[in-house]
Design a protein around this ligand. Sequence first.
Ligand SMILES: *Cc1c(COP(=O)(O)O)cnc(C)c1O
Length: 399
Amino acid sequence: MLTDDQDEYSFATLAVRAGQQRTSEGEQSEPIFPTSSFVFENAAQAAARFAGEEKGNIYSRFTNPTVRTFEQRLAALEGGECCVATSSGMAAILATCLSLLKAGDHIVSSENIFGTTRVLFNKYLARFGVETTFVPLIHLEAWQNALRPNTRLLFLETPSNPLNEVADIAQLSSLAQAHHCLLVVDNCFCTPALQRPLELGADIIIHSATKYLDGQGRCVGGAVVGDGQQVGEEVFGFLRTAGPTMSPFNAWVFLKGLETLQVRMEAMSQRAQALAEWLEAKPEVSKVYYAGLPSHPQHALAARQQAGFGGLVAFELEGGKAAAWTLIDSVKFISITANLGDAKTTITHPATTTHGRLTVEERAAAGISDGLVRISVGLESLEDIKRDLQRGFDGISKR
Ligand SMILES: *Cc1c(COP(=O)(O)O)cnc(C)c1O
């Protein structure tokens, strides 16, 4: 359903309908196919499937109908030709790099990316002869200066986490094109509901489906979206060989997550905007990092490039680490966890958690101060979220 005539439908419709193929049972909701292998009608069909002469399922490390439905739906939402699902967001990045790079190739990456991605580049890919240069996300000149003849791939997350810096995807795409390298965008924080990097010239989209695509904190998974050659042949070929594929159950959970993605992203963006404005007016808060605020340096770019500003809000407390911990320890229902993208609002202290392993200098360079707090705004009532945080602010002023 809605695979051949996708262009005729809007995002909201595709999010609910794309990729579904009803079986003869006439089910309304998509079925889960928990099967490791598939049977053939006869020996000739088996031979034809294995030879690649006939399309069809063989084994769930290669293809699975539930996983395929998720892949087709996400591809439709990103406006991509092809999507392959992976066992995690990290597996999506690994599969992209190992299938499209070789020893001697060079990556230029924005510096404030997901910590584990940095470890993947620095510790593991480096061992296989792929070197990475890290540059500040928002400085186009730094990207330009970092390019080498062997640069094959530009990698970035925009907006960045937790400081919500925003890069100009179209500009970076021109740079990538001029140097014949691939532009890979980790679209975890905006999701296609708020930002469609392929339309801005990116070549490949990475997802940690674990975050907003699921949106309810249930499963770990990931995806790569792009064209039929790089993603459909190369990344898919690596995955079916190396094995970090998505389970049908997880695919089903993510598939259902996609159906509510747009309404969730809109609701979270609205709450985050109101919360950022509320925080900006607090005397205990010295700075709020949210691209929806006119005070944000890339506010205009974000407004142009994104359909919303997303659910992550970071802010700095005058009182440093003591104030940050007091605020965090005062909340009653907001979850103290580094995870994000959940219907449940979460709060975290980056300096001692996600960025705790960095040296003091590295943290300073990344802009992670001791007074920084990050909130991933969920779907609870905004008034309740504010009330929960106000308890913390009362605690800070009493100290
Ligand atoms: C969480 C995250 C990842 C890794 O995803 P997993 O599903 O945890 O493997 C990659 N990129 C970003 C931006 C993330 O937030």
